[in-house]
Design a binder for this molecule. Structure first.
Ligand SMILES: *Cc1c(COP(=O)(O)O)cnc(C)c1O
Length: 450
């Protein structure tokens, strides 16, 4: 199955279709999959991957697609990036697992030191490692509860925090994430998100009104002395790349500080260079008490982290936190490779440049269609929200149609949004300008074909 194609940065950077999409080998794999893998697991693409690198994914039939999704914001430094491959290969040849809870090792400590060094704030910090974003958020809540001795967790409309029982309960959207999977975890409360485009009284009132509704929920309904933490994505990912109205997050963070509530930033999607800064919080000068990271952290190997104030992180009793695989040494080696790639490749600046190209090209497309309601995001995390002309009514079908058009023409995109009406763009930061522009040209043709 195309074993001869090696992924990584040397993979030819081109969009090239050599079979019908999906091709015969992908169709054969889909048949085996239906017999072996349950139906509740779905994939946005109909093609199966054989190799990936730079800004492309090559499928098992030899078709080369432009990658605008990075495996859902994971391969920020590119697929099979040089330093990730070098560091993980070296680690694989030394040992693959001893368990940090049994016989600890240096790469774990080094990842913790690196994250403590880049996380916002001058306070003393600690980092604990986990395997997935959900697991990091579960543990952030555990730290907040044990440190405050309070039960409640406050989250927001449009939030996505994961699929485990607690994080599914914290997630806003019913279908597909929650439907039929209840009962949900208790003590999870939801406040409105400051979503400027859809704020009833207009974007100019959004930050102040959303904050006052949040404050009222905490003070009057839950009681602030019952709230362990507020968990918020500084830019909501699955919810549709919603950038909270300016000032909202700062007000929430200040409010939490006044009341001894732990402010948790879920930077699982936004963190590690995606938005043009190490953390999206930095764009508004916010210093969270705890930060959860995962997706971009280890170049595709499963690794997640909670980084935060030493007094909160040290509050858990010895043995209270951990996991058999948490902070696996190969995944830690990958994360160290990711830090090298970002620093040596100046990828923070690259993320900003990609954001400028995406925004410029999408604005240009918006000039020739009347269904783009808003273009928003930061850095290499930009989305277009589609609506019916002259309204704010979500246009879900157009998004599905455009994603299909792009897929069939060699461009892999992702969708998002509580209403399923958002096209989101999360290219690897190693994509070349010309490839990115070519992909957006395909999207433009897709709009023209609607
Ligand atoms: C993906 C995601 C999660 C869950 O991460 P998993 O690794 O899938 O468990 C949590 N929060 C945000 C913001 C995410 O984007």
């Amino acid at each position: 199955m195309l074993d001869s194609v090696l992924g990584g940065p040397d993979l030819p950077q081109e969009r090239k279709l050599v079979t019908a999409i999906p091709g015969p080998r992908s169709i054969a794999l889909a048949g085996r999959r239906h017999a072996a893998v349950p139906a509740g697991l779905t994939s946005s693409a109909g093609v199966y991957a054989a190799a990936a690198g730079g800004g492309v994914i090559v499928d098992v039939d030899g078709n080369s697609f432009i990658d605008l999704g990075s495996g859902i914001a994971v391969t920020t430094v590119g697929n099979a990036a040089r330093q990730v491959v070098a560091r993980t290969s070296a680690q694989l040849n030394q040992f693959t697992h001893t368990c940090f809870l049994a016989t600890p090792y240096e790469p774990y400590i080094e990842v913790a030191e690196r994250l403590n060094g880049i996380a916002p704030g001058d306070h003393e910090k600690r980092t604990a490692l986990f395997n997935t974003g959900s697991e990091a958020l579960e543990n952030a809540v555990k730290y907040a509860r044990v440190a405050t001795n309070r039960p409640a967790v406050v989250v927001f409309d449009h939030a996505f925090h994961g699929r485990s029982l607690l994080t599914m309960s914290m997630t806003a959207k019913n279908l597909p994430y929650k439907h039929g999977f209840g009962p949900f975890a208790p003590e999870v409360y939801r406040a409105p998100m400051a979503y400027p485009y859809r704020w009833p009284s207009g974007p100019e009132n959004c930050a102040a009104e959303a904050f006052s509704q949040f404050a009222q929920l905490v003070d009057s309904q839950i009681g602030s002395d019952a709230v362990a933490c507020v968990v918020v994505e500084p830019i909501q990912g699955e919810g549709g790349f919603i950038v909270p109205a300016e000032g909202f997050l700062t007000k929430v963070a200040d409010f939490c500080r006044d009341r001894g509530i732990v402010f948790v930033a879920d930077e699982v999607q936004t963190g590690i260079a995606r938005t043009g800064a190490w953390f999206a919080c930095e764009h508004e000068g916010i210093v969270p008490d705890l930060i959860a990271t995962a997706k971009g952290l280890a170049g595709g190997l499963p690794l997640a982290a909670v980084t935060g104030r030493a007094d909160i992180m040290d509050a858990a009793h010895p043995g209270g936190i951990g996991g058999t695989y948490s902070g696996n040494p190969v995944a830690c080696a990958a994360a160290l490779g990711v830090f090298d790639e970002i620093e040596n490749g100046q990828l923070l600046t690259r993320a900003q440049a990609i954001g400028e190209i995406l925004t410029r090209e999408l604005k240009d497309i918006a000039a020739s269609t009347d269904i783009i309601g808003e273009i928003r995001g930061r850095g290499a995390m930009i989305a277009a929200e589609l609506v019916f002309p002259g309204t704010r009514t979500p246009h879900r079908d157009a998004v599905a149609e455009l994603a299909r058009y792009c897929h069939n023409n060699g461009v892999l995109t992702l969708t998002a949004g509580t209403f399923g009406n958002v096209l989101r763009f999360l290219p690897p930061l190693t994509i070349a300008d010309n490839l990115l522009i070519e992909a957006l040209g395909v999207l433009r043709d897709g709009f023209a074909s609607l």
